[in-house]
Ligand binder design. Structure first.
Ligand SMILES: [Zn+2]
Length: 162
């Protein structure tokens, strides 16, 4: 009983993924560029087969018409590929507990902002130090005659650092 419920979830998930792919492509050849021939390594391209009442999409090796050694691999229907896709998703999600546990671990790691907060504190402290240096420099320049080129150079350096 419980097993059936999980399978149903997985089935729905797989369909959600398929729908996403389908929307992204806005065409029926959603597997174009994702399939490679096991015999010759060429990619599979889609073709639409028309008949009187309906059409269907098939995929075939792009090496079929190329070169001296034409690939003999037969075509596959989109329905068959979809079935393979569902089967692959099912296999992947059979370790769903492990996948979820790993994902939660990664989320926890990403949520730990302690090192970033420490870095923010360091940088704020550094900013305050520079700000104080600029204030001291301006103050000194106001009270005492000094080389203005040197002053400007120091001032610019501090402002840039800030
Ligand atoms: Zn081939």
């Amino acid at each position: 009983m419980k097993r059936n419920i999980i399978k149903r979830e997985v089935f729905d998930l797989a369909h959600v993924e398929l729908d996403k792919l389908e929307k992204k492509r806005q065409t029926s050849n959603i597997f174009t560029g994702r399939l490679y021939c096991g015999a010759c390594g060429a990619s599979f391209g889609s073709r639409v087969w028309h008949s009187i009442s309906k059409y269907r999409t098939i995929y075939q090796c792009n090496g079929k018409y190329k070169g001296e050694h034409k690939c003999q691999t037969t075509y596959v229907t989109e329905e068959a590929i979809k079935a393979w896709f569902l089967s692959a998703i099912n296999q992947l999600l059979s370790n769903r507990d492990e996948i979820i546990a790993n994902t939660e671990l990664l989320i926890d790691m990403a949520k730990d902002t302690t090192p970033l907060e420490s870095r923010i504190n360091d940088l704020e402290h550094h900013l305050e130090t520079i700000r104080q240096d600029i204030e001291d420099l301006v103050d000194r320049n106001a009270r005492k005659a000094q080389n203005q080129n040197l002053y400007q150079e120091q001032y610019d350096t501090l402002v840039t650092a800030y």
